[in-house]
Design a protein around this ligand. Structure first.
Ligand code: UTP
Length: 408
């Protein structure tokens, strides 16, 4: 597109300010800006108003989970089935590491964060060490696919290479990048990160399979015989990946997907809950949980929506293929977005000043015909790091690592 065409595109969606500094840019910068404006999908911005009111949901009803006593009883059978699948190369793991980790406040990718006290222990290292335990038990590698974003790909790839993948064989590690989406102010105007660059953010973790496909990585996985993908978050340092018992339970129950869940520790705990929505498996994010659902009780007097997800899901690839083209709902996330102000100065805000548009992996569960919610012991498997201190922080995760005998 030439300057005129880009200007028309921008005018049609109320984003003329993108060209404000055009005339003072170098030729190279002009080209970059025109090409970014051409490829950016501004259509998400038009949903800002409706998304501020939250997403419309269907009829929500409770969904039970396979709980610890039953799992313990069938552990041997599940584990054998899971190990068998891993040995045959049918299970891959997908590390979602494209996020910005803004709450943690480090400029590096979250996985590069050192949580060690007496030695260096990086978040990536913790995850890989856990996965290596399974590799050892199965006597076979689990292909590891790492999703990064435009913001952190270079640093992530470099860091993992420099650290020799923390003992993981390089040939089993594949990187791919997720898509970006424009970030805007409360009026729906995109922020400018530089005079020649529209501010964009990773478009949420829900696009992981589409991106994996776009990069040809999903196709290669299928060619290699991978049938199941265990998707997990970068920030849970107790994350059990390709857990044979979980994998085996999902396979034995002939489910299209599985979700590791924990009993919520408080009705208002900030985790999504597993449920049925219009009769299909689904997850309601904590900020969409009404007081009525939050306080509902089952016949035993327990919370009716008791099980929270920990961002560890297993998907059957053949079922992911069926939904690849479907659009997931958009979610609006308030974020701190750095920008160029009216006077052309760079501003790094202290508080959220705008919105990102994200699709979420949890919405993929609703697209699946079946899902096995699989309970895990929270103190053994759930130590998320979202913040530096307080709830879900480096502090709380260190404490939990210690409880689990991990020397930091
Ligand atoms: P979070 O929802 O905690 O987001 O991500 P975040 O961007 O990492 O952190 P904040 O909110 O800015 O502090 C949950 C998981 O999803 C991944 C993250 O890397 C993390 O593993 N994620 C998130 C992506 O891979 N891509 C995204 O666009 C967003």
């Amino acid at each position: 597109m030439n300057k005129q065409q880009v200007a028309e595109k921008l005018a049609s969606c109320g984003q003329e300010h993108v060209m404000k500094y055009y005339d003072e840019l170098t030729e190279g910068e002009k080209e970059l800006l025109l090409s970014q404006a051409e490829s950016t999908d501004f259509s998400v911005l038009s949903s800002l108003g409706s998304l501020k009111g939250g997403n419309e949901r269907g009829v929500i009803t409770p969904l039970g989970a396979m709980q610890l006593p039953e799992i313990r009883q069938k552990e041997k059978e599940f584990k054998e089935a899971g190990l068998e699948a891993i040995k045959k190369g049918k299970v891959g793991a997908v590390l979602l590491a494209g996020g910005m980790g803004t709450r943690l406040g480090s400029d590096d990718p979250k996985g590069m964060y050192n949580i060690g006290i007496t030695r260096e222990v990086y978040i990536f290292q913790r995850l890989i060490e856990n996965l290596l335990e399974v590799v050892k038990e199965a006597g076979a590698y689990v292909p590891l696919y790492v999703m990064t974003s435009d913001k952190n790909n270079e640093a992530t790839v470099k860091f993992l290479k420099e650290h020799h993948y923390f003992g993981y064989e390089e040939k089993f590690v594949t990187f791919f990048m997720q898509e970006m989406a424009p970030a805007c102010d409360p009026d729906g105007k995109v922020y400018m990160e530089e005079k020649w660059k529209i501010s964009t953010s990773p478009n949420g973790n829900g696009g992981w399979y589409t991106s994996m496909h776009k990069w040809g990585v999903a196709q290669k996985a299928m060619e290699d015989g991978v049938e199941w993908l265990n998707v997990f978050a970068v920030d849970n340092v107790l994350q059990r990946i390709a857990d044979p018992c979980f994998v085996g339970a999902v396979i034995a129950n002939n489910c299209a997907s599985g979700a590791k869940v924990v009993k919520k520790c408080a009705p208002d705990e900030k985790i999504g809950v597993i449920c049925l929505e219009d009769g299909r498996p689904s997850i309601v994010e904590y900020y969409e949980l009404t007081d009525e659902l939050m306080n509902a009780k089952d016949e035993n007097g327990d919370p009716a929506y008791y099980f929270g997800v920990i961002l560890n899901y297993l998907f059957r690839i053949s079922d992911l293929e069926k939904i690849r083209e479907r659009n997931l709902p958009l979610h609006l996330v308030e974020k701190k977005i750095s920008y160029i102000d009216e006077a052309g100065n760079k501003v790094k805000p202290e508080a959220p000043n705008g919105y990102k548009f994200e699709q979420l992996v949890l919405d993929m569960i609703h697209e699946m015909d079946s899902c096995l919610p699989f309970e895990v012991e929270r103190n053994r498997e759930f130590a998320p790091i979202k913040n530096k201190t307080g709830i879900d922080s480096v502090e709380s995760a260190r404490k939990l690592c210690k409880e689990n005998g991990i020397t930091l």
